[in-house]
Design a protein around this ligand. Structure first.
Ligand SMILES: [Zn+2]
Length: 242
């Protein structure tokens, strides 16, 4: 090794030594869940934050579970503290319109306003902007897809529903959810349904006993090897063509 190179290396070594220790040296963080390797599932809660979001957040925290909330702007505005907590506690936030119109029956400008107002409300409440869109009722068409593209968002539907809004019964919600649970599944639920929130501790315990890690939608997408682009839809509904 020439002298010049070795002295350069010596200088580099000094620089490395003087560099401040990286932050993770002090605060060890849990390794992220790899949904390609382990069983994951994403519980998603629509139309909220609902009245019972605080209780739900307590439960999720207790069982170290993460969820995704597809928020309705009007309730973000009326219950901003829940939204702030969701973001602070590591949950994923999605946009579910401002007042829940059927986007496939709406004018383009109405759709844009519905999405933008919700982005703004979430930003104001939690300091972050949703990166995922779930159109109301899970209904989308090419116009909705084009507008999602303008906002830089893919559209996320679900692999199965808990039917909680229909049954409103703790046992029925648990039974249905366990029936449709699958690795990297995305489950539709609602945090305005009291029975969903009431049954959540035992549902989470059962899912975890079955080996599931409760993660965000983005983690499930990673596990599926999906690199969704703005305007894409997942899972792709029957009859969807782009
Ligand atoms: Zn909805």
């Amino acid at each position: 090794m020439s002298r010049k190179i070795s002295s350069l290396l010596a200088i580099a070594a000094v620089c490395v030594t003087l560099a401040p220790a990286p932050a993770f040296a002090q605060t060890p963080k849990k390794a992220p869940v790899d949904c390609e390797q382990v069983k994951c599932i994403a519980l998603t809660f629509d139309d909220g934050p609902g009245k019972y979001a605080g209780t739900l957040l307590d439960t999720l925290k207790k069982y170290d579970a993460k969820a995704t909330f597809f928020l309705e702007g009007q309730y973000v505005k009326s219950r901003p503290a829940f939204v702030k907590r969701m973001a602070a506690e590591g949950h994923e936030l999605g946009n579910h319109s401002y007042s829940h119109p059927d986007f496939t029956k709406s004018e383009a400008d109405t759709i844009r306003t519905e999405i933008q107002k919700t982005q703004d409300a979430v930003k104001k409440a939690a300091g972050v902007e949703p990166k995922l869109l779930r159109p109301p009722y899970g209904l989308a068409d090419l116009q909705v897809s084009d507008i999602a593209t303008e906002f830089g968002m893919p559209m996320i539907l679900w692999t199965a529903g808990s039917e909680d809004w229909k049954t409103k019964n703790v046992e029925a919600i648990q039974k249905k959810t366990l029936e449709v649970a699958q690795p990297n599944g995305i489950i539709l639920m609602h945090d305005w349904v009291k029975q969903t929130v009431d049954g959540m501790p035992s549902l989470i315990k059962t899912l975890q006993k079955k080996g599931y890690h409760l993660v965000t939608v983005s983690e499930v997408l990673k596990g599926e090897g999906e690199n969704l682009q703005p305007g894409d839809i997942f899972p792709v509904p029957a009859g969807w063509e782009k």
